[in-house]
Design a protein around this ligand. Sequence first.
Ligand code: BES
Ligand code: MN
Ligand code: MN
Length: 456
Amino acid sequence: MQTIQEYVQSNKDRFLEELFALLRFPSVSADPQFKNDIIKTADFVAEKLRSAGADIVEVCPTAGNPIIYGEKIIDPTLPTVLIYGHYDVQPADPLELWDTPPFEPTIREGKIYARGAADDKGQFYMHVKAFEYMTANDALSCNVKFMIEGEEEVGSVNLGTFVKENRERLKNDVIVISDTSMISLEQPSLETGLRGLSYVEVEVTGPNRDLHSGVYGGAVANPATILAKLIASLHDQNNHIAIPGFYDDVVELSQKERVALNQAPFDVQTYKEDLGVAELWGEDGYTTIERTGIRPTLEVNGMWGGYIGEGAKTVLPSSAFAKISMRLVPNQDSHRITELFKNHFEKTAPKYVTVKVTPHHGGEPVVTPTDSIAYKAAEKALEEAFGKKPIPTRGGGSIPIVALFEKELNVKTVLLGFGLDSDNLHSPNEKYGVENYLMGIQTIPAFFKYYAELSK
Ligand code: BES
Ligand code: MN
Ligand code: MN
């Protein structure tokens, strides 16, 4: 029997090649043009689960993209771990900003560059390889189930139905997800929360048609100007969100919890330099760690209207648009927040224009327990692999389906992420460290070992 370290050493090249093959599929869920690639990716993942040792593997059709389900039940009296991940990726554009093509993975300075490298192909695939090791070396100490979906990046619209319809089959004792970040390879950490999301699209309409900006400009309100003002007024001078009632349900952390949270290593200077900004911005009274973890935020994700092509066109646009998202924290409710936003936006719009607010998908915030057996097992596994105890952090991103798993399956999640915040998720030149990938594969079997031990 080989140790996982030996196994990773001797199979390293193959592990990388297989991940590269997975990364070559442009499985973009947002764009129907890639539907065929989505199907091929799902089949590829299913095949890899089979060859890694799963007894049952199924590509389950949904109203949208297929979900891959796999399992290996070694002993019904042992605990069952369900691995969740997603094989879909964000669109790669703007393509011209990539140094190498997004679907031609390449390694530079120890990082794998490709769309989906960290989010989430490189991360869920670590579980497939760790599982391969455990089955091949008779080291599996728990039953394993896999559920790898293809619509996470577009709101997991069909996963809820799948979970509800397959409650029995998906039954498990803990869900493990590697789709979040850690602080660094030198300082492992475990995310213990995810923010919720409320996403809206707004449209501001003025005159009934585009107008000549010389003939009519100055006499009619410009919807783009009004939209800009409305957006600007969504934060007050302290950068608090100015929507009445927005903070009503926000759980404030105790002073002790805040101190603990801010113990995490964080260097403002490095952070600013990495992002190329002279100053940081955010809600008064909170640190950057708090602003991106335990506080809700409101961001404009895109705005447009009028002429945005080459050269100049003197036009007063008939309408202007924006996509706006709000990150939520416990105990905010995404439906209530969307409602508050809609009412506020409609109420504050001046008479010169009409506004329309269209809600998109949302999700609820979650906090995961740190006193559970599963969390302790993850802690021990990371400590064993990295030689340092991981510290708990609060993640800024969202995986809306986690709240639904808790509700439908009545189980908690462990966020065993190995990415870095600086991996350029959703952005050009997405990357994932080779070391992060291999360390992840080495950590996972230890998690299984400790989880089984502590469950006894
Ligand atoms: N893996 C991310 C979420 C994430 C990233 C959590 C980093 C913690 C740290 C996930 O794929 C994602 O991008 N989620 C979306 C929400 C979804 C509804 C599109 C997000 O957070 O914007
Ligand atoms: Mn993800
Ligand atoms: Mn993502």
